[in-house]
Design a protein around this ligand. Sequence first.
Ligand code: PGA
Length: 254
Amino acid sequence: MRKQIAAANWKMNLTYQQAEQLLDGILQEKVAPGPDQQVLFAVPFPYLVLAKSEVDEEQGYAIAAQNCSDKVNGAYTGETSVEMLQSVGIRYCVLGHSERREYFSESNELLARKIDLCLEYGIQPLFCCGEALQVRESGQEAAYVQKQLEDSLFHLDDEQIRSVIIAYEPIWAIGTGKTASAQQAQDMHAHIRSVLAQKWGKDTADSISILYGGSVKANNAAELFTCPDVDGGLVGGASLVAQDFVEIIKALKS
Ligand code: PGA
């Protein structure tokens, strides 16, 4: 089975002390991910090293960055390179979250460059895609998401795409409390997988984890994750509450 993943996206939340407390609270529940399950914490840059040292001993738990630079290194004040992430042992990086696309003008083309750098440095990108409300209301969501995939991923070869994790996050469901229905999630995930299959073949498409994100909560995770093409979730708000995120981990398919 392809990996089933519960990924926490802390965004720009929590002080260092609160972050430690949250991580401790989750780890002390001792939920042991199975061989096909993975738990990720996408934490702010200053906490990467601490968080990594906390989960290093825990099988099935790992830390992700929330972003990286599209430049290799040099005079780019305030940026964080993929090489820096690699040098502190980070193996995952969220890319193309809709907040980065919206507030920091990240384009599909820029994201293609970040994806390439991550893969070059052995970091698995967690590539986010998803449509805004007006796109869905006009019935264009399938074509819109397909273009995001084409522009940012279609230059990859088979081995490279197998290292990418995809997160489908309809923008209208992020932080709004309005979750996509299980059927809406399944339909889009099946569409994404068919787009991948047309480009790289069915075997490759079937090996890629596609997470759902957008108001995943402890009380709706199981229904969403049961869908055949939903391989877990990228979780914002509910990942900031230890008990809620623990329930979401437990809802992963095993
Ligand atoms: P949310 O955020 O769970 O708070 O909707 C999800 C995300 O933005 O990754």
